[in-house]
Design a protein around this ligand. Sequence first.
Ligand SMILES: [Zn+2]
Length: 381
Amino acid sequence: MELPLGIHLLNFMYLDIDEINMAYTQVIDLITQNASNTKISMFDYIEMLQNLMAQIDNSCVYMHFYTQMLYEIMSETPTSGVERMDILEKRMPDTTVKNCIYVEHENAKKDKKLKTDRYIGIRKLASVIDEKKKERYIKFYHYVREEIIADIKRKRAILKEEIDYIYKKITNSQLEGMSNAQKLYVLDQTRVIENKQDNFYINKPFNVFYRAVPNLDERAEYKTSKDLIDVVKRDSTEIKELYEIKDMNDLIRFELLKFVSSDIEFKECENCHQYFIPVNRKDEIYCNRPIKGTEKTCKDVGAMNRHKEKAGDIPGEKEYWRVYKRYKYKADRKIISKSEFNQWNYMALELKQDCAEGETTVNDMLQRIEVFENRKKVGKK
Ligand SMILES: [Zn+2]
């Protein structure tokens, strides 16, 4: 799945966290159910589990990192016979849990065959006979899930702060005429010079490595360099530059760096105020995200609003009519007299005209025409 830079990042930022939490709960429940239910075949369970995990990963590629970690923990815990807090600590260094006691799985190396089985976790938990132990593991899985959600929130807060910072500065006219890479450099140094913070991008290297696609590294059949040359030429083998990403922080920093220093523009949606990347036209002002609880997107709502404006939404018009209706009601009820109402209307119509011609603002008009809200005030005038 290849999408333009930045899309994944913004997806991650605005992902529905309740849905993700629910999906991870389902994954754990499924494994838990299998541990006590022998009626459904292992094959069916594995397919269901695969589907669930794929659904999570498809909702946002950043989730793959968490899904893999949860899965690793659920595989290794029953195998080791101990809650694998170490995996959690290693994969999510920002996690708040520290100094947990754990025992390395002593058979980890011997069990190579088992390790290649991605669904070892289901089988292993099912084969744990001690019910108390099983309960403990399941509790631990849910604990990991909660930690994952907490970590997503933490990462998103950092990301949001960074994007806000970049967005505010980049749209600042002071930086006009600079390339995005230049802007990013200046912004990152500003952090050090003015805010006494560390750099976020500069001087933090990523490891680069090269790989042939399809991978030829481990193929024993290319014994001589001539063999290899023949294959590379024949298949037009692609040599890709890849970056080593150790954890989520690296991943976020990497995509941000590439995204901001490229020529991709991002904007704030005028409806939901979330950032988005315009896809069709650079002057788009609404994003394409669905509005929660409806089938409409911000773009749909935006189009509707624009249509209303075109259909004769003259400044002051609807405001005048709103007040008119209110005062007509008062006149009908004799709260104000008919002549007061008529006099008022004469004045208000003139102001409405001024408003339509741009000679006065809507607020100004309202201040002057809303005179009967409180009779005492009128009396003073
Ligand atoms: Zn929007």
